[in-house]
Ligand binder design. Structure first.
Ligand code: COA
Length: 533
């Protein structure tokens, strides 16, 4: 087997510097993740506990098979917004009775578990993951419904949540709702649309309108229990399929439902235990230089994430600023595309298009490791057809049908982000390292372009140009673009599925590959757009 060599020197000052910078970013990231874990804070957590209730992550832990992992997704949703980090909902993939499931859980300690615009985005992303990977969907419900002050952002698009549940069902993907508390108004359609429902005695409240609303609407006097309690729904309305006496009982019953789903993966697990990489995963901390302008060899990353560090490179002598090749990751075959020197030229673009087609012919998932400043600009390159060659790569990635995984390890700028399967190109999962940065272009370039345009505009109008004001403006723009390029900011906007510790890359990708293989992995045999030659 062709094992990758490594030239990484852990004693070198560059390595130590990169590691220190990465550790500092990880410490910062831990602080932000801690905010998501803290939910609504001490006061609301205490109150929740006093009511004898479990927190959302505790509910998930009890639901999952013992000692199995939970791949939490989008924990930083809403970061940098007016809403609490985590967006009052926990989502992720875990195994229940041996079945990989997509799990969502409202966090009732954050504004009563009400859904704000970021909760909606997070929930819709979770549904998309369940749908594309054919993962049964389990909703652990306890929510005050729409976050009322932000209703204008969520009411109309929010209808998609209920639509998705029934589309999952129609596609043969099971949906289960376990109602721990409030699930009123629109929220009532979560159990209403799900295949299976569990409700809890004296806890579940599932009604279209609570007692005050009913009084307003019809004058009828009512109470929570008769309008939407578990007992009523289990005995009278028939909305509850399963009646639980407490939270633990409800979780136990949810596990029994999953055990009886007869949900089968399209592909068996790879045989045997995969060989770990030959190099220490710890060293992934020291590969990406703090200054992303300094190039690094992505083979050092590949060598630390693929089985046995074995990698068969495709076209190693051609289009050398993009590394392409075949490997296995936790036993699953993968084709890898990784930027080497940052810039994509015509040769790299054509090589990528060919490689993506090969993976489609062979039904092999693709992994994109981003570190690109985009496609090459300049007269020579325009005349050499960089637009049509970049378009070939974007065509290939857009129409490819094998599952894609993207990891932003360094820069991901310009159309290079698209060609490398950025968020808009629907990778099944996209993660970022703390070292990543993504924007239309680098902050200095963007500020410089704005300044050139402003200067030219002033000149055209015959007006003087204020150089001092220009310098101030450039500095301000640079700072703003830099802040907007950082992984926590992008993760807050749900432009990725999470910011991960580089050392976890292999584990995270392995969990994703396993989830992906629940649905059939079938490449496109044709159906690409016209390739401009
Ligand atoms: N939108 C915005 N804020 C909400 C909210 C909502 N839908 N539901 C609750 N909150 C806020 C509360 O105002 C409160 O804020 P505060 O502590 O700063 O005063 C905080 O979340 C906690 O709510 P609280 O009522 O104290 O929690 P609870 O656990 O006792 O009750 C609910 C939770 C969900 C039962 C209750 O808040 C409620 O009935 N909310 C409105 C439900 C509703 O009608 N939603 C519209 C559906 S479309």
């Amino acid at each position: 087997m062709p094992s990758l060599p490594s030239a990484l020197d852990p004693a070198a000052p560059e390595y130590r510097q990169a590691t220190a910078a990465m550790r500092a970013k990880l410490a910062e990231l831990d602080g932000e993740h801690a905010k998501a874990l803290a939910g609504g804070g001490e006061k609301y957590t205490e109150r929740h506990r006093r009511r004898g209730k479990l927190l959302p992550r505790e509910r998930i832990e009890l639901l999952l098979d013992e000692d199995t992992p939970f791949l939490e997704l989008s924990p930083l949703a809403a970061w940098g917004s007016d809403y609490p980090v985590g967006a009052s909902m926990v989502t992720g993939i875990g195994t229940v009775e041996g079945v990989e499931c997509l799990i969502t859980a409202n966090d009732p300690t954050v504004r009563g578990g009400a859904s704000n615009p970021w909760t909606l985005k997070k929930a819709l992303r979770a549904n998309e993951i369940a749908y594309t990977n054919r993962l049964p969907c389990i909703s652990l419900v306890e929510s005050g419904g729409a976050d009322l002050p932000s209703q204008k952002e969520i009411f109309i698009p929010g209808g998609a949540i209920f639509r998705d549940i029934t589309r999952l069902s129609a596609a043969g993907i099971p949906t289960v709702a376990v109602v721990f508390g409030n699930s009123t108004a629109g929220g009532a359609y979560i159990p209403g649309m799900s295949d299976h429902t569990v409700m809890i005695r004296e806890r579940s409240k599932v009604f279209l309108g609570g007692p005050p609303l009913v009084k307003m609407a019809t004058g009828e006097e009512s109470d929570d229990e008769s309008l939407g309690g578990a007992e009523m729904h289990a005995r009278t309305s028939g909305l509850a399929d399963h009646f639980a006496v407490d939270e633990h009982d409800a979780i136990r019953q949810a596990r029994r439902i999953v055990a009886r789903l007869n949900h089968r993966k399209a592909h068996p697990d790879p045989a045997g235990l995969a060989e770990p990489p030959k190099y220490d995963e710890e060293e992934l901390l020291g590969i990406v230089p703090e200054d992303l302008k300094t190039p690094f060899d992505p083979r050092e990353v590949i060598a630390r994430i693929v089985d046995g560090s074995d990698f068969d490179e495709f076209k190693p002598l051609y289009g050398t600023s993009l590394v392409t090749g075949w490997a296995r990751l936790h036993g699953y075959p993968v084709g890898i595309l990784a930027n080497a020197q940052g810039v994509l030229f015509s040769a790299e673009s054509q090589k990528a298009a060919q490689f993506i087609q090969l993976a489609n012919q062979r039904d092999i998932p693709l992994l994109f490791l981003h570190n690109t400043t985009g496609y090459m600009v300049g007269r020579e390159y325009e005349q050499g057809g960089i637009i049509k060659h970049g378009a070939m790569m974007i065509n290939a990635v857009s129409n490819s049908k094998v599952p894609h995984l993207s990891v932003l390890i360094g820069a991901s700028y310009g159309a290079g982000h698209y060609g490398m399967c950025g968020r808009a190109y629907d990778p099944r999962f996209l993660f970022a390292w703390p070292s990543a940065k993504s924007a239309v272009m680098g902050p200095q370039q963007l500020a410089g372009v704005l300044s050139i345009v402003a200067r030219a505009s002033a000149q055209a109008k015959g007006q003087p140009y204020d150089d001092d004001a220009d310098a101030g403006l450039r500095a301000m723009v640079e700072q703003q673009i830099e802040a907007e390029s950082l992984p926590m900011f992008l993760s807050g906007r749900l432009y990725d599925d999470g910011v991960i510790d580089p050392r976890d890359t292999r584990t995270v990708l392995g969990l994703c590959l396993s989830a992906i293989h629940t649905a059939p992995v079938e490449g496109a045999r044709g159906g690409f757009g016209i390739f401009r030659m």
